[in-house]
Design a protein around this ligand. Sequence first.
Ligand code: S3P
Length: 433
Amino acid sequence: MKFSVQPGSCLTGRVRVPGDKSMSHRSVMLGSLAEGDTHVTGFLEGEDALATVAAFRAMGVVIDGPHEGKLRISGVGLNGLAAPRAPLDMGNSGTSMRLLAGLLAGQSFDTTLTGDTSLCKRPMRRVINPLERMGAVVESDGEGRPPLTLRGQRSLKGIHYDLPMASAQVKSCVLLAGMYAQGRTSVTEPGPTRDHTERMLRGFGYDVQSRNGVISLGGHGTLTASTIDIPADVSSAAFFLVGASIAPGSDLILEHVGLNPTRIGVLNILTLMGADIQVLNEREVGGEPVAELRVRHAPLKGIAIPEQEVPLAIDEFPALFIAAACAEGRTVLTGAEELRVKESDRIASMAEGLTTLGIHTEVRPDGIIIDGGALGGGAIRTYQDHRIAMSFAMAALRAEAPLNILDCDHVATSFPGFAAVARAAGLLLEEVH
Ligand code: S3P
């Protein structure tokens, strides 16, 4: 499926984007291992989160739904999972694979985790190394790539792990394995990364300490079933924040957006670039800050992106690169080598698409320089990366000719219904099969 997007419109009205992907995964994982029934609302019915649901069903957990974002998970307790009959297919989802590797390393049975071609190219040594130090036995393709087989019957021991990269997935993997370890497990991170695992563990009554940058928990505690209201995903809202910022005439409200402080890099960076974003009606829902965001068109300027914002905006850079292309002057991103190992190499994929549109970029190993300018049209390759597709769809708002965005099926991994939501806000987008 392709997106064919015409230039010349703007974004107006009210939009509620789907539920947060990170929280949706974790709600299923912790709900499955809790004692009792967990009720989830606002669940993201995207392919990635559904891969996590399917994995727990394959391990014997009864999960009703999702129906209109609602799930009921009948938890089996920390030691209640059953051996799956076949390898668990995580599809495109790095979060499912890395977090499940941690959860499954301490089970009594063997499990194999596999995925699609993109996921099977992604680095897993980052989780294999700490898990092996804990006593797990993890087999990979030999180069640290999936499929991963976790051998059961191992007793894990708690370790302290200094994360070599800012990765919430690696942090979460180690903490989740720590629930099955003897003694305490602790991690330190080079900089703060999203903390949904810690928050949600606490929401399920598990004692997690965060002190002086050290996050720790003890093994063999209990998770108690909970009720979880998942807010709209700020990573999906990001496309609309950028679209409305770059398109003259735009005035858009994004409803019920999760504004966890470890996720708001995109707001901070856009604001530094001159965006007009108002945070309205801020409140707390289920232990997470939530608000409406009003975004209006504003002239943007290029900036040097502060490196401390990088982990807090890690999924939003494809959209931010479109903002940079529409800004006056030069935007410089450094310290973002992690972008190279996402669903695609996002520095390379974005640079290629921006070049097609006539934007000058200079690619660096850990970032990119983007000189703002006029955007032409053309055909964009997405490398089957959902966020590349949605970012270029928004670029059409400022392009001088139509954009043809190829291979857009993967948009459903994180944002099912993107085309309809974007059209309702005013984007002139057609899906071409
Ligand atoms: C995620 C963490 C991030 C992010 C991914 C979701 C999570 O990955 O890119 O989309 O839910 O923990 P890293 O932690 O590897 O940066």
